[in-house]
Design a protein around this ligand. Structure first.
Ligand code: GBH
Length: 494
């Protein structure tokens, strides 16, 4: 037998063991378990009780080939009408908190600063929060999870700096109306997806392809809008409401393809271009140095008078720095990152600004989502990277989950949660990473953006053919309930 083959076999045995052995230790007392959804993905009632149109309504209605099967979120899981049932499911799971988002155009139909507030929209969220409270479940509220009012898109959306004022107005309205019963706020969910998928790859609404250009302007405004909302909370609401405000960013874990300096740097650069783009800003006040250097330099080579990456003024840096009360991560998967030759310097794109090759190990389990391979150890590495990079903060895992094509006996989902949670626990107990919350995605099957209703992430199945949208627990719902009740991942706990 060749040495290479021997090594491969030994490695696969090790990887296999690592992938299947869940720890029998227990989660600390302070650790909280939750589960998440987002407004457009579950609410439906797209034009009821005064709700305005948003960019996903608009995209689905005007460009039905964008989403698989021409599906849309007009009804989705009908949570607008069925929120009491949703809360009953949450109660069955025994979660400490429910992470959900507000629909901006349900609350402010036109989205514009100074434009009318829709009382029915406010009332819906008050009722949901009340119902959660009555059942002992804490609300964790995301102010924006991708459903921008269409009117604001007509004004240019996020790349237009005015968006900051519109968002500030919206944030003040929600703090004012809902803040008495909310302790944890998130301004934006996954700004990377809003700006990169929305304005660069064009795979999310509004679907523009302006790589290396509009996406940087989008992020610039979004970060300033986040900071403004944070300061509004800090100055006008925190004294009475005593809550916490943060921003939720996501990244794939980029594992260096080798221990060469070049591959290590490539992986670090990819993390900075994905997660650091937003989080270095709210932590340290500016974009990661590697983004500034590379984009400034390439812009110059390309003959731009100023960098394609906009600049924060000194005042803005001071204003943005430290605008987060917790660090959050949405994490699903892993790729290998490898150094590559510098591409043609004339190419204007995010990908060539970043300049990293990625690949996967074909043996990693494939979920129903093309982008999502099951790589539990990647989450542990990512949590360690976050802790080290941002000076050992408190960390919330705000999304983690896996897709399949349906069915109630979702053993693969159970394995996913068992193995990923095992890595979270090892990060806490063995590596000293201060993770205090874990949020599963998602409570129920829902509108999975461009994939419509085909890819299912829920612990409850929803029958989308039945107008009543009945929910049925999957096996993973009982597993998660058991984990929460026992604070342990296996049957025989320590
Ligand atoms: C989360 O994003 C979202 O917050 C949530 O709304 C969503 O339902 C959940 O994931 C599951 O997808 O198809 O190749 O263009 C996770 C990060 C980044 C995953 C963009 C999907 C699209 C890759 N997402 N990615 S591709």
């Amino acid at each position: 037998m060749s040495n290479n083959l021997l090594v491969t076999i030994l490695l696969s045995v090790l990887v296999y063991r690592e992938a299947t052995a869940a720890t029998n230790r227990t989660f600390p007392d302070y650790f909280k378990f939750g589960i998440a959804t987002a407004s457009y993905q579950v609410e439906g009632a797209w034009n009821e009780d005064g709700k305005g149109e948003n960019i996903w309504d608009h995209l689905c209605h005007t460009n039905p080939t964008f989403v698989d099967n021409g599906d849309n979120g007009d009804i989705a899981c009908d949570s607008y009408h069925k929120y009491k049932e949703d809360v009953a499911l949450l109660k069955d799971l025994g979660v400490d908190y429910y992470r959900f988002s507000l629909s901006w155009s349900r609350i402010i139909p036109l989205g514009l600063a100074g434009s009318p507030v829709n009382q029915a929209g406010i009332d819906y969220y008050k009722s949901l929060i009340q119902e959660l409270g009555d059942n002992g479940i804490e609300p964790m509220v995301t102010i924006f999870h991708w459903d921008l009012p269409e009117t604001l898109q007509e004004f240019g959306g996020f790349p237009n700096p005015e968006l900051e004022e519109h968002f500030a107005y919206y944030a003040r309205v929600v703090f004012e109306n809902l803040g008495d019963s909310v302790t944890y706020w998130t301004t934006f969910n996954e700004p990377l997806q809003t700006c990169h998928q929305g304005y660069s790859t064009g795979t999310m609404a509004p679907g523009y392809k302006s790589s290396g250009l509009a996406e940087y302007k989008c992020a610039h405004t979004l970060i300033k809008a986040h900071a403004k909302a944070y300061h509004i909370y800090d100055e006008e609401f925190r004294p009475q409401q005593q809550g916490y405000v943060g921003i939720v960013a996501d990244t794939t874990w980029f594992e260096p393809a080798s221990d060469s300096d070049a591959d290590q740097e490539a992986a670090e650069r990819a993390l900075q271009f994905n997660y650091g783009w937003y989080i270095n800003a709210v932590v340290n006040g500016n974009y990661p140095a590697v983004m500034i250097e590379r984009i400034d330099e390439r812009s110059k080579q390309q003959g731009f008078e100023t960098s394609r990456l906009p600049k924060f003024t000194e005042e803005e840096i001071e204003y943005i720095k430290g605008t987060h009360d917790y660090l959050a991560i949405n994490a699903y998967t892993t790729v290998y990152a490898q150094a590559k030759e510098e591409t043609d310097p004339t190419v204007v794109s995010y990908e060539s600004d970043l300049n990293v090759d990625t690949f996967i190990d074909e043996s990693w389990e494939q979920s129903a989502s093309s982008w999502l391979r099951v790589v539990p150890w990647g989450l542990r590495n990512l949590l360690n990277w976050l802790s080290k990079t941002y000076n050992h903060p408190e960390i919330f895992v705000t999304e983690n989950g896996v897709s399949d094509l349906g069915g109630l006996d979702d053993d693969r989902r159970i394995n996913f949660y068992q193995e990923y949670l095992s890595n979270v626990l090892e990060a806490i107990l063995d590596d000293g990473v201060n993770v205090t919350r874990y949020t599963a995605w998602s409570l129920m099957d829902n509108f999975e953006w461009a994939r419509g209703y085909t890819e299912k992430f829920g612990m409850y199945s929803v029958n989308f053919d039945n107008p009543g949208r009945p929910r049925t627990p999957k096996a993973s719902a009982s597993y998660y309930a058991q984990v929460i009740a026992s604070r342990c991942l296996v049957d025989t706990c320590e």
